[in-house]
Structures are given as structure tokens and as C-alpha cells.
Design a protein around this ligand. Sequence first.
Ligand code: FAD
Length: 472
Amino acid sequence: MAYPYKKMDTADFYYIISVTEPSRVKIGEEISEEFYHDEMPNYGSYPPELYVEVTSEEEISKIMAYCNEHNIPLVVRGAGTGLAGGSSCKYGGVMLSVMRMNKIYPVDHKNQTITCEPGALLIDVQKEALAEGLFYPPDPGEKYASIGGNVITNAGGMKAVRYGLTRDFVRCIRAVLPDGSIEQFSSNVVKNTTGYSIKDLVIGSEGTLCIVTQVTLKLLPAPKYSATLVIPFESLEACADMVPHVLALPYVPTAIEFLERELLDIVERTLDRRLPVKEGNAVLLVMYDSTTPQELDGAIEVCAHASFREGAIDVFVADTPDRIAQVWAVRGGILEGMKADSVMQEECDVVVPRSAIAEYVKAAKRIALSHGIRVEPCGHCGDGNIHTEMLRGPEMSDEEWEAATSACLKELYALSKSLGGQLSGEHGIGNGRLEYFKEFVGDRIIELHKAIKLAFDPNLVLNPGKVVEFNS
Ligand SMILES: Cc1cc2nc3c(=O)[nH]c(=O)nc-3n(C[C@H](O)[C@H](O)[C@H](O)COP(=O)(O)OP(=O)(O)OC[C@H]3O[C@@H](n4cnc5c(N)ncnc54)[C@H](O)[C@@H]3O)c2cc1C
């Protein structure tokens, strides 16, 4: 089984239509090109042979079992906002969209949890929780991603500094396995040592082990007060050096992000969004949440004091919902702004120990410049996940761009490794980082990944060629 996969024929199309509905199935050229790739078309653009929108777990189970039996690859599609080339049909076959399965069940107040189908949007889950006075803290930049996609990629986001990742909020998962069987991993319990934590293995598996059909998520009481400090510095180095000082304060920040002047100018120029401060070549954003106004005031005061002590030019406090939204809209517009300002982008998503943030940022700039690449390091500096965005100008040929980014990425990954970091902090391996993954972790770890993949999916029909590649 597996490679080469079966080319789908009329009998296969009819079967999938028979277990769903003709209006929810598209074949061949009827399929929109947006489904050939995710947000990173340069990580692979592949036409599915059939696209189907499912409405129930039973439909998923039947289609998955059929594909497994007939050696047809199947890829699950959430909102398609992934940044690793994960939700694309590398070997053709079926693209199965779960976006119609978007039910959100009423909040379970006794357990402080919310249960939803995989196609529910993150923004809707957050809103439902808030309407009940509760809070779903994971906050990746893309609010219109599906919750299933968030869980299966273990999405991080700005608030990971204080609250952690999506994984930290998943109580249990229902899923269809590649043979079509339906399983539940864990249950609505706070702790669990019943065997291996398969739930945690599934979280972050990038759609290669099973299809998530339902998730139950932990909620917290919603913080009542929030403020964001906007702190400009003369240099990127001074800004990055400030991060450990913020973390050493007696108040835990919710988010710490930094932005360079050049990036701020891009967002202003392309999206007409700007921060309330004009000074400085780099700006630190520090968010605090609290349950009392006194606690918030205390956090603002010590952070402002420490910032001035460490050379901040100014400290602007955004403490009304409008001002806070204005500040975070700038941060949220980075990807869109960079896309509008360059011909192509490549992203390095390394995560380094917090103690090494400043060293990484300084060295990354030097490395990129040595390869003639315009680079914009930015991102979740509070947790060490620095997105080093490389931007292609119109003057670079395809060959020059590919050679420069490939050489640059190799050096950046080596730098991250030497500092005790990892290759990807939140966007995953998918298709786009496969070649670097092997080099980064070594043969033994790749063998373990392959053994895990085979334990779930012995016929390699679910999202083949992502995270680990057997066809080489
Ligand atoms: C502007 C922008 C900002 C972003 N910010 C962040 C950020 O701050 N932090 C972060 O971590 N990510 C971020 N992302 C990346 C992206 O939003 C996340 O990876 C998201 O979790 C993907 O969800 P999706 O529904 O779009 O999944 P898709 O892109 O459709 O799929 C992603 C992967 O999950 C698989 N998959 C999807 N649904 C299921 C399911 N139900 N069962 C099994 N497999 C499934 C797919 O096969 C694929 O491998 C950002 C993306 C954009 C465009």
C-alpha cells in the first residue's frame, strides 16, 4: 500500500457522493485553487482530486475507512490558515473540509469547559466563553482559524507567556483514526495518568495521526482588567535586552512582543495602522491582565520604572479597550503588511530559551544581511519564539531568492540549536520544513516519528509526506 497511491476514479467519486451529498463534493477542476495550498503557497501547491465538506463524524469515518481500504490519500482541511504547508494534498486524493462541523455546545460551568466541533472558529469559541464570564486564553494571531486546526497544530500565540499553549487547555479529543474507527483520548478530567498520554501526542500532530471531530477545552475566569504598555527603545538590542527584565518583575505578563521601526513603517504604509508612539527604532509591547485594578496599577508602575531604568525612551499605557485594540491591530497586521510589501516571504519560526533572545535576534540580523536578505525579526519574544521573516524584493531572481533563503535558514536553525532552541516554536513542520527537520533532530528522532506514524496509520493514507516523509 501507500506509494504510489491509487488515482481516484468514478467509482471512488460516487462512493463519497453516496455517503455525503452531491452539493458538498467537488471534483477535479471544480475545486478552487485556494485549496491547493495553505497560507504559504511556496511550501507546495497541489490540486486535490476530490474536495468534500463533511457534516458529521460518521461521514468522516466512512470516507476515511474507504480511503484506507483503497489506498487513497486524505488530507483534512480546517480554515487553511496554516503556515507550514500542512493542509495541502501533496499526493492528490481527497481533501476533507471539516468547516461545516462548527457546533459549539453550551459552556459546562461545573467543569469550566467548553466542547466544540472542529470547524468552530477560534473567535467564536472565545466569544462564547466570554459571554459566560469565562475565558479561553490561547490567542494565536489568526482568529478565523478552526479550533480543530488550533488543537492539531498546538497553536501558540501572544498570550502563551502567561497562559501556555493550546495543549494546556485541551481536556479531551474525539477523533477518527486512519482505519475509520472512532476513539476518544482522555475525558473531561483535570488529570490523567491512565497509560501513555495519547491525547498529547495527537495535539500538534499536524493532521498526520487522526482526524479531530470534537474537542473539550478548559476555560478560566475572565480577567477583568487589562493594559498594554508600548515602550520604545533606541535600538533593537536594547529592546530585546529588556525582555528578561520584564520577566523578572513580580507580575507575570500576559504577552511580550517586539516590533522594529521598519516593520512598523510597513504596517503603517500598507494598512494605515500605527502605534501611539513615533519614537524609537524598536518597540516592546507588554500586556498585563489582572483581577483587580490595584494589581494592574502595580504591574504598570514596576514595568514602567524598570523600562526607564533600562533606557526606554518613553512608556505609553494603553488602558482603554479602543487603545488596546489599536495597539494590537498593528501587531496583528504584520503578516498582511509584509505580504503587501514584498514579492514573496519565507519564515523562520525558531524558539530559543528566553535567556538567549537578545543573542539570537542580534545574530539573526547579521546572518540574514550576509546573505543579502531583507529580514524582519519580530514576534513572541516573551516565550523566545522569534519569527524571523525574510522578505523578497522585486530585484531578486527565483534562483537568487531560493539559494539565499535556503542558506540563511540553515544558518538560523544552526544558530537556534547552538543556543539550545528548537526549529519550530508554533507553526510546525508540515511540508515546508521537512528537509531541515531531519537535519535538526537527527536520524533516531526521525525513526521514532516514523514508528509513531505507522502505529496510527500503517497504510500512510492520512496527510502523507507531512512531518515525516517515507517516500525518499
Ligand atoms: C495571520 C496569521 C497569524 C497566525 N498566528 C499564529 C500564532 O500566533 N500562533 C500559531 O501557533 N499559529 C498562528 N498562525 C497559523 C495558523 O493560524 C494555525 O496553524 C492554525 O491553528 C491553523 O488552523 P486552520 O483551521 O487554519 O488549519 P489548516 O491550515 O486548515 O490545517 C493545518 C493542519 O491541521 C490539519 N487539520 C486541520 N483540522 C484538522 C482536524 N480537524 N483534524 C485533523 N487534522 C486537522 C491539516 O491537515 C493541516 O495539517 C497564524 C496564521 C496566520 C495566517
